[in-house]
Ligand binder design. Structure first.
Ligand code: ADP
Ligand code: MG
Length: 254
């Protein structure tokens, strides 16, 4: 990373290598989050590489899992890192308490990025007067969402565990490539571990990532290029008319 990075010398990512579920801590199997099939069928889970991507349909359970992991890692379940507390705690707690984490090397630094609360996080940082040298001349609020996110990534992400929920939401395709370049630098140093929920075909194709498909069957490893997200996007862009003919079929019959 840039010259402002101070690595603490840890270099054994992936640090978090196993996520299990304490069956006896499932408080109510009929209710959220214990009724999410991917969670009950998908755990335990092994994390093999410094970068893991979670992919799956809307509602599959990716955010539920990330929030619980954030809580279990000691981060704020609404987003941020371990020293920050803003807003109400999300539901991550209930599942977080039931998770069992196994670490190859216990690290406590990191960050949980939730797209929904990113601006709240910025408000919080500004309210406590947080300053980062690289942000001195421009408030994070004065940046676009994507710029603020990349500034955060470049300026603040160092060693640790990073849980990112749909980081592409803020990023243009070109900025997604910038994100991949930054990710690669941190991945190569083995000083950071990333678990990223994404719908982005660009992010999914990051080489070296383990891609885990999250669905009602559970959680299993897939080849990114064979994922629905990548295939559908490629097929659509190759021949959008084919899709439109099908999608708008009703219009033609009226
Ligand atoms: N606070 C909540 N209370 C009840 N159900 C929830 C809550 N949050 C999410 N769910 C449900 O849990 C399931 C998984 O949601 P989520 O983890 O957000 O999915 P994803 O992030 O994969 O789109 C969905 O069926 C969703 O409707
Ligand atoms: Mg989600």
């Amino acid at each position: 990373m840039g010259k402002h990075k101070v690595h603490t010398g840890i270099s054994g990512s992936p640090f978090l290598v196993h996520v299990g579920l304490h069956q006896d801590r499932i408080t109510d199997p009929e209710r959220h989050p214990f009724n999410v099939p991917a969670i009950v069928r998908g755990l335990p889970l092994r994390l093999k590489t410094p970068v893991t991507m979670l992919v799956g349909e809307n509602g599959a359970g990716k955010s539920t899992l990330l929030e619980a992991l954030a809580w279990a890692c000691g981060f704020n379940a609404r987003g941020g890192d371990r020293d920050q507390s803003f807003g109400e705690d999300a539901d991550g707690q209930a599942l977080g308490r039931a998770l069992h984490l196994a670490w190859r090397q216990r690290v406590s630094d990191g960050f949980f990025l939730r797209a929904e609360t990113f601006h709240q996080w910025i408000d919080y940082m500004e309210s406590v007067g947080a300053t980062f040298s690289q942000y001195e001349h421009k408030s994070l609020h004065a940046r676009s969402h994507g710029e603020a996110f990349l500034a955060l990534f470049e300026g603040r992400f160092e060693d640790g565990v990073y849980l990112l929920d749909e980081p592409e939401a803020a990023l243009s395709p070109e900025r997604q490539l910038t994100f991949l370049a930054l990710l690669h630098q941190m991945d190569r140093s083995r000083c950071a571990q990333f678990i990223i929920a994404t719908h982005s075909p660009i992010l999914l194709c990051y080489p070296g990532a383990t891609v885990l498909k999250v669905d009602e069957q559970g959680i299993r490893e897939i080849d990114a290029r064979q994922s629905e997200h990548v295939r559908l996007t490629r097929d659509f862009l190759n021949a959008p008319e084919r899709y439109f003919r099908h999608l708008f079929a009703d219009d033609e019959s009226t």
